[in-house]
Design a protein around this ligand. Structure first.
Ligand code: SF4
Ligand code: SF4
Length: 179
């Protein structure tokens, strides 16, 4: 045994090297535990939380009952029953709309599939319940989530795009077509 090896043996050098990382954390101790629910984690910008149905700024529902979200959903979470808008036979809406959130993967495919941006993912995540039947959400509950999560709303499509309104014979309040 060389002198250097002998010094390493009597000073427990290998053990000290192994403990270096532990000692570093002991000296610079910073707690990583959050005292939830009093302290809450900062969510990333692209966080995908509870789903919601949206409305336009005049309170009409955006959903046109096309069923594309249900077709895109890999977990069969969504059920849509659509119907004609009374007095406007060229338009449809979701007469019934429900989501079984016990099955949702929060993949966002339904949001991507919606042609009129009627669905969105909110930043709500505190949805623990004792009875899972409470996670079967109907249209009114989903609209209420949308109302509280998205307070800035879009104008109706007809008003955003005058050409859409021009060809939509059933829309009564035609905006001026730009000359
Ligand atoms: S987020 Fe995914 S799993 Fe959940 S309802 Fe939408 S498509 Fe279905
Ligand atoms: S939420 Fe969108 S995709 Fe689903 S039925 Fe309504 S309009 Fe169609």
């Amino acid at each position: 045994m060389t002198f250097g090896e002998w010094v390493k043996t009597i000073t427990f050098y290998e053990i000290l090297v192994g403990m270096k990382s532990t000692l570093k954390h002991l000296i610079n101790y910073k707690p990583v535990t959050l005292q939830y629910p009093h302290e809450k984690r900062t969510l990333p910008d692209n966080y995908r939380g509870m789903l919601a149905l949206l409305r336009y700024d005049d309170d009409t529902e955006k959903c046109v009952g096309c069923d594309l979200c249900a077709a895109a959903c890999p977990s069969r979470v969504i059920k849509v029953i659509s119907s004609e808008v009374p007095g406007e036979p060229t338009k449809r809406f979701a007469k019934e709309y429900s989501m079984d959130m016990t099955r949702c993967l929060f993949c966002g495919l339904c949001v991507e599939a919606c042609p009129v941006d009627a669905l969105a993912m909110t930043r709500e995540y505190e949805w623990a319940v004792y009875d899972k039947r409470e996670l079967l959400l109907n249209k009114q509950q989903l609209l209420a989530i949308g109302d509280r999560s998205f307070q800035v709303r879009e104008k109706r499509l007809e008003l955003q795009h005058p050409n859409v309104a021009f060809f939509n014979v059933s829309f009564k309040e035609l905006p001026q077509k730009p000359s």
